[in-house]
Each structure stands twice: as C-alpha cells, then as structure tokens.
Write a protein that binds this ligand. Structure first.
Ligand SMILES: Cc1cc2nc3c(=O)[nH]c(=O)nc-3n(C[C@H](O)[C@H](O)[C@H](O)COP(=O)(O)OP(=O)(O)OC[C@H]3O[C@@H](n4cnc5c(N)ncnc54)[C@H](O)[C@@H]3O)c2cc1C
Length: 526
C-alpha cells in the first residue's frame, strides 16, 4: 500500500541521531561535578571491525536470496549492527570492542526473501540475528558465534510498508522494519493512530516491539504493544506461521502469545496486524504533586481499579522528582519531599473533558495537588531526549543505566526497597537511584529505575555486578525480571526463577520445533 522513506542511522557508540549528540549541558555539568566529579572518558578512535568470516559460497547464496546490493560487508555497516544500546553495549563500543560484529548485513525486501535467507542459514549453519531498530537493552542482538559458520545480521530496514488498513474493524497490517514515527505517519495519513510511544520510539521498529513485548509511555490509554497485536506473520526455518484470524478464539492456546516476546529465537516476524484508533483531536498533559511516592502510587491504583485510567499516567519518586526539577539541595537527600505525577488525556474533546474531570476529582480527593499544564507540557516536550544525556554523562565518566520490573500492588513497597538497597550497596556512594511508575494495571504496576554512579576504570564490571544484585533482589521478591525490555542474553540467568525449569523446557521445545538447527539468534532467550 504505502511505504516510509529511509530513516537516519543511529550513531555507532551513542544513542540516536548523530546530529543531536552533544556535550553535557552547562546547567547539568555543575550538578554532575558536585555529585560525582568530572572524569573525561572519550570513546576509543582506533576501532577495528573483525574481518568477515563467511565463505564465498555462503555469500553467493545470500546474494541470490536478496540481491547483491543488499549483502553488505563493509566495516561501517557491520559496526552499526553490532549489539544494541544498553549502557554495557555502549561501553563496549566506546572501548573499541566489536567482537560481536556480524560477518555480513543482509537486507531482505519481503517475507519470501526472509524465508530464503533462513534456508541459506540452515544449509550452511549460519547464525541469523533479526535486526529492527537496534535499540535492544538486554543483549538481544549479541548472538552466540561458537558452533556456527558465521553470523548474519538480518536487517529489516527495507520492509517498511503499510500493507493494509481495515477501517471497519480498525486494524492495520504493518511491515516489521517501520520505525515508530514512520508507522505513525503512515497511519496518520489514514486518520489513525497506533499510540505506542516507548522512549526509544524514534528508532525502534514494529517488529522489535512485537519481538520484545514493548510497552510505551501511553500504555495506560492505548495498552502495551502485545495488547495491540491482533495478527502476526512469521518466517521460521520450518515454514510460515500466520496467526490471528479473529478478534478472539478458543482454538487452543493463543500461539500469537508464543511469538510475541520470542526475540527472534523462534522466527522472524514479517507482518504485524495491530488494533488502531482514530487520531486524537485533543491531547492534554498536566502535572500533579503528591506528598510521597506511596500516596501517589495509591492514587494510581485507585484509578486503575476504578476503570478510570487516563492515556498517560506516570509518577516519579522523591529522588527522580528532585533531579527533574534540578533542585541541587534535594539531590539524593534522604527525605527529599514531594513527587511529580504526569497525567495525560488524548481523544475527542468531550470524552477527554469528562475523563479529565473525573480523574481530577479522584486525585484531589486522595490528596493530590494540581500543578496545571506546564509540567505536563515539559514532560511531553522532552519525552525522547533523556538517552542523549546518558551519552554526555558517560563522556565525563558517570555510569548511567536503567532497569525495570513489575509486581502486584501489595508487593510494590518491598520491591522498591529491595532494588534500591541492592543498587546502593553494590555501587557505593555517591550513587543516585531514581524510580518511576509508568505502566499501571488493576493488579499492579512496573517500577523503572535509573541509576547514576561514578564509572571509574571498570564501569562495565561495576554495572554488571550492580545489575546482578538488583536482579537477585527482584527474583527474591517474586517480581518479574522484565516488564518490557525482554530477556535477551542479559536476563537469561533469572528466567528459570520466574517460569521454572519446566517453563524453560517448554520454550526450548518450541524452539526445537520451529528452529531445529538452532540458527535463529542462538543464545538469546533460551
Ligand atoms: C534509550 C532507550 C529507551 C528505551 N525505552 C523503552 C521503552 O520505553 N519501552 C520499551 O518497551 N522498551 C524500551 N527500550 C528497549 C527497546 O527499545 C525495545 O526493546 C524495542 O522494542 C526494540 O525494538 P527494536 O526495533 O530496536 O529491536 P532490536 O533492538 O533490533 O531487536 C530486539 C530483539 O528483537 C529481535 N527482533 C527484532 N526485530 C525482529 C523481527 N522482525 N522478528 C523477530 N525478531 C526480531 C532481535 O533479534 C532482538 O533480539 C528502550 C531502549 C533504549 C536504548
């Protein structure tokens, strides 16, 4: 039907559009210096990409599958397809470690070409890493190389079509390589919106959202990505799966759910049919102040359980609120007071006005103080900018990373304390641990932590130890190891604690059936 134009390539060792990369703003530099000190850490410039290892016969077969112009061996392209954008990924890139670089980047144009690449991979025992936007933060793009003739990065960048729109059923079928803004632009031309806005929205893709069970900043209103998916087309080494022939079905377990979150280990998602909504005529975001995180969280729970969720609902804890408001006296201070909540409503004017009034009445009754639209507008304006700041912090030797989890409401305080304590203990002072709630359900919510600490000479090792301690704490409280970042390679050690050894065996059995020679993303997920 319609297709999106090529998008900007991300920086190899930083987040996002290279044109937007910048030094630490002067306003933040003073704060950083006061808390951590400045320790300039420029990225290595003598970076060597390992020579491609694939035999000529394999490369010829790949050229026959997708066309010679779409089999790329140059260093720059392979470097840009090396790992994802977690802080460990960035630290390795900055140190010049490209040991996980793929041997070749292959760009299929459609489902049949994806299937043809998989056939070549099976025949020659080559590992295949599906590559969407490259924004994985859990090691989902660092496939195991041992035991394989080489590694192919299967870049879905040419698969950017809006294939079908059903205005009656309110569904749209999209190709996997569409980035967030590209998909929304194609849908907007039809008067529609998907409403999926993760912080990585500008670079992550439709296929990646499905493969990782992503959740966006407007999940309260539009739903997480897996809730938006009604159909999938998947290429596997055993053939094609087409799933989702009705809005609901009792025809056995829902196989779509088996493929959502499968992280390229079971198949390559080549089409995604999603539920869509009409473009909202009105969007309004506002701020609310709460005396404490606990009181703000209780208000979120009340809204969720009353069926009164706005489109956006986020609550920063005392530490994150202090940092966002840049109050140097409050940074990290025990007992720093006050928490900021952002509440957003999108839709037609009348329902927006009605829901806004109903939500405001509940929040006021529970002790919230309205702050007007300015804090909401400020949040909306900067909602995709924070990752650029992470690079600027790494430049001056400050380790910054995030992690996320979810649990039931009754266990939120225990989870919050356990993760916070684990991070503070592992990293030692000075450390900042900030937290917010941004995805809420009737039964519970996710907690999203941002951590900043001095990196020193072993920033990677320091973070790995801290992340392991936090992950142990998460598992000990019975929470999930990931609410929306997926398993990848990084969270794999904690998967058995969550689903049991039998659960892991079930996943292995599915993989063995769909990918008997194990060429798909080896080492990722299972
Ligand atoms: C700064 C930053 C902010 C982020 N914010 C959020 C957030 O708010 N919410 C959230 O949910 N996540 C967030 N993430 C994580 C990440 O953006 C998501 O996991 C996203 O869904 C990945 O999409 P992608 O297209 O970049 O996939 P990639 O990173 O390219 O791939 C992710 C995994 O899926 C597999 N894969 C990709 N495409 C396909 C396909 N078509 N078929 C089969 N397998 C495939 C890959 O092999 C890999 O294992 C953030 C990441 C960063 C770096």
């Amino acid at each position: 039907m319609s297709t999106a134009a090529a998008a900007v390539e991300m920086h190899a060792s930083r987040w996002g559009d290279p044109a937007r990369a910048g030094a630490l703003p002067e306003s933040a530099r003073g704060l950083v210096e006061a808390v951590f000190g400045i320790d300039e850490r420029p990225a290595a410039t003598d970076v060597t990409v390992p020579a491609p290892a694939l035999a000529a016969e394999v490369l010829d077969a790949l050229r026959a599958a997708v066309g010679a112009d779409h089999v790329l061996l140059d260093d720059a392209t392979r470097r840009l397809r090396t790992r994802g954008k977690s802080t460990p990924d960035l630290l390795r890139q900055r140190a010049g470690d490209l040991s996980d670089a793929p041997d070749v980047v292959v760009r299929p144009a459609d489902h049949d070409q994806v299937a043809a690449v998989l056939a070549v991979a099976v025949e020659h025992r080559v590992a295949v890493v599906p590559f969407g936007g490259g924004t994985s933060v859990t090691g989902g793009l660092a496939a195991r190389r041992e035991g394989y003739a080489g590694v192919v990065s299967l870049d879905l960048v040419r698969m950017k079509r809006l294939l079908a729109v059903d205005h009656t059923s309110m569904t749209a079928t999209l190709e996997p390589g569409l980035r967030g803004p590209e998909a929304e632009a194609l849908l907007a031309a039809e008067g529609l919106v998907l409403g999926h806005y993760p912080q990585s929205f500008e670079h992550a893709t439709i296929g990646g959202f499905a493969a990782t069970r992503s959740s966006g900043q407007s999940s309260a209103g539009y739903g997480r990505f897996d809730a938006l998916v009604v159909g999938l087309r998947v290429a596997t080494p055993r053939g094609e799966l087409r799933l989702g022939s009705a809005p609901a079905s009792a025809a056995g377990p829902d196989l779509r759910q088996l493929l959502l979150g499968s992280e390229g280990a079971f198949g390559v998602i080549t089409e995604v049919t999603v539920r869509v909504r009409r473009l909202p005529a009105e969007k309004v975001y506002e701020g609310w102040a709460w005396p404490s995180f606990a009181e703000g969280a209780a208000a979120m729970r009340t809204l969720a359980q009353a069926g009164l969720l706005p489109t956006v609902l986020r609550l920063s804890d005392e530490h994150e609120t202090a940092i966002n408001l840049a109050r140097p006296d409050a940074i990290g201070a025990e007992g720093a007071s006050g928490c900021l909540m952002v509440v957003g409503h999108e839709g037609e004017p009348d329902p927006v006005a009605a829901r806004r009034a109903a939500v405001a009445s509940v929040l006021t009754g529970l002790g919230g103080t309205p702050l007007g639209e300015e804090p909401g507008r400020a949040w909306a304006h900067g909602r995709f900018d924070a990752p650029y700041l992470r690079d600027a912090m790494l430049d001056v030797g400050v380790l910054v990373e995030t992690l996320e989890t979810a649990t039931f409401w009754s266990r939120v305080p225990q989870l919050y304390d356990a993760v916070r304590s684990a991070l503070v203990e592992a990293l030692g002072e000075p450390v900042l641990v900030l937290c917010h709630i941004s995805h809420v359900y009737e039964t519970g919510c996710s907690l999203y932590f941002t951590v900043a600490a001095s990196g020193g000479d072993d920033a990677l090792g320091r973070w790995q130890r801290a992340k392991a301690a936090a992950s142990d704490a998460i598992a000990a409280t019975g929470a999930t190891i990931t609410h929306h970042h997926a398993v990848g390679t990084d969270h794999k050690p904690w998967l058995p604690a969550e689903v049991g050894e039998l659960g892991v065996s079930v996943l292995r059995a599915v993989k063995a059936e769909l990918d008997p020679t194990g060429v798909l993303n080896p080492g990722v997920l299972v």
